[in-house]
Design a protein around this ligand. Structure first.
Ligand SMILES: CCCCCCCCCCCCC/C=C/C(=O)SCCNC(=O)CCNC(=O)[C@H](O)C(C)(C)COP(=O)(O)OP(=O)(O)OC[C@H]1O[C@@H](n2cnc3c(N)ncnc32)[C@H](O)[C@@H]1OP(=O)(O)O
Length: 242
């Protein structure tokens, strides 16, 4: 099949120039974004390590890092936008599920239910997220700069095999630990009768969220396994949802 450049029309040259300009702006933005995110998660890693070395306990660690975690995890919403406008070749759905589930954990579980903040499971998922994101964002940064060390590429496409299930275990145990407090307090729930004539029970909603990991997590995990085969072993993969 002949490429656009081989045909060499004036219109096509202009289109290619436009693509290059858009590409340069997008690349510059993504580089800045990825550097900022790598730095943010590195700050979190250092803060967690310092806290643990000073106090010798994980109690109070979450409160200590909560603001930074909320800021950088919420900022990751931009990634859904990156996919939607097409500056990264990733599925909006896959990225959306990943980012929204994290934001949900941060804002609607650990931030809202203080009683779970000292659970070991919170530390588990926060540490797993931190290690994963430092690797992921440095991978994107070095890749964009065309200077990608093999060990970062290797780490990006191998660590998730263990990290993903560990993160999910941490998240599910945390939601499970939150259930009694949610039931007792009736938080975020709407009981009948009320003027809207609608009822909502956050307790049962959380159970549905936990159950939704069963169909959704394997899809994210298999997506990453496909990415791994494509990047590390050069396999050509056709994604269904893109
Ligand atoms: C209302 C509440 C709803 C709750 C619902 C609950 C259900 C939840 C179920 C599942 C829950 C999961 C919980 C998650 C826990 C954890 O995170 S645990 C920690 C371990 N986690 C991971 O390992 C995360 C792995 N996931 C990811 O990496 C991504 O988030 C991803 C979207 C799932 C997959 O990434 P993807 O982008 O598709 O793959 P890549 O190979 O990295 O990239 C593809 C191409 O896109 C380019 N790209 C992507 N982003 C960028 C960027 N920021 N900058 C530059 N480039 C980027 C990348 O370079 C690739 O480009 P090409 O090589 O040209 O293809």
């Amino acid at each position: 099949m002949a490429s656009g450049e081989e045909e060499g029309g004036v219109d096509e040259k202009e289109t290619n120039n436009k693509k290059r300009t858009k590409g340069a702006i997008a690349t510059a933005w993504l580089t800045v974004y990825n550097i900022a995110m790598t730095a943010g998660w590195l700050v979190l890693a250092v803060a967690m390590l310092r806290y643990y070395l000073q106090k010798g306990s994980h109690k109070g660690l979450y409160r200590n890092i909560a603001k930074t975690l909320k800021f950088f995890q919420t900022f990751a919403l931009l990634e859904v936008g990156h996919c939607a406008i097409g500056i990264v070749r990733t599925s909006v759905i896959v990225t959306g599920v990943q980012v929204c589930s994290r934001i949900f954990m941060v804002w609607f579980i650990t931030n809202s239910i203080r009683q779970v903040q000292n659970e070991e499971s919170v530390i588990l998922f926060v540490v797993v997220w931190t290690v994963t994101e430092i690797t992921r964002y440095s991978f994107y940064t070095f890749n964009l700069l065309n200077h990608l060390p093999y060990f970062i590429k290797w780490a990006r496409y191998n660590m998730f095999i263990v990290m993903y299930p560990l993160g999910v275990v941490g998240e599910l145990l945390t939601i499970h630990a939150a259930l009694p407090y949610v039931r007792r307090s009736g938080m975020y729930s709407l009981r009948l009768p009320n003027k809207y004539n609608v009822s909502f029970d956050y307790y049962y909603f959380l159970i549905i969220v936990m159950l939704s990991y069963i169909p959704l997590f394997p899809q994210l995990y298999f997506h990453m396994l496909r990415q791994r085969r494509r990047v590390l072993h050069g396999e050509i993969i056709v994604e269904k949802d893109e």
